[in-house]
Write a new protein. Structure first.
Length: 169
């Protein structure tokens, strides 16, 4: 793999980002053991992301002359959020996600954002480990939910304890 270049999103990158978003959505569906048929249209999702309040920008990772990942930044006053962080499966574990996140953290600092958050899915242990290595080790918000599926055969892991409260993920 040649060197990875980080650059700003251009309208011509739309289809590449939709394909990467679809790949991430399928990965999350696999993690949570849900059918891929329920996934939302990733073009609509990306359009919503680009037009979301607080949108600052999206940065892409290019390797081997193709878009292999992207990362967005949103700002809400002193608070910012990284959403999403997407790297193609074939290019994961090569430092590309870390390079994207570091770039977006620098962009946030340049914009005087004081608090920066990222919200990986709880079962994505590799993503959690990556973000912790990059300094995201403060817990600001917790999203809790229930599995209301009839006869759910999903396997929820136990062992997560926050403030003495036992949770599954």
């Amino acid at each position: 793999m040649k060197s990875v270049v980080i650059r700003e999103y251009r309208d011509t990158d739309y289809n590449d980002c939709v394909a990467l978003s679809r790949e991430l959505a399928e990965h999350h569906a696999d993690i949570y053991e849900v059918p891929h048929s329920i996934l939302v249209d990733q073009g609509q999702w990306l359009d919503g992301l680009i037009h979301k309040e607080g949108y600052i920008g999206i940065w892409l990772a290019e390797a081997d002359n193709r878009v292999v990942g992207f990362c967005g930044l949103f700002s809400y006053g002193e608070e910012g959020e990284i959403e999403p962080v997407v790297v193609s499966a074939a290019f994961r574990n090569k430092g590309i996600g870390a390079k994207l996140v570091r770039h977006v953290v620098t962009e946030a600092k340049n914009r005087k954002i004081r608090y920066l958050s990222v919200k990986p899915v709880a079962k994505n242990i590799r993503a959690l480990a990556l973000f912790a290595r990059l300094g995201f080790d403060l817990v600001g918000h917790i999203d809790l939910f229930q599995d209301l599926s009839p006869k759910s055969d999903r396997k929820w892991k136990s062992g997560l304890v926050i403030h003495g409260v036992k949770l599954r993920y």
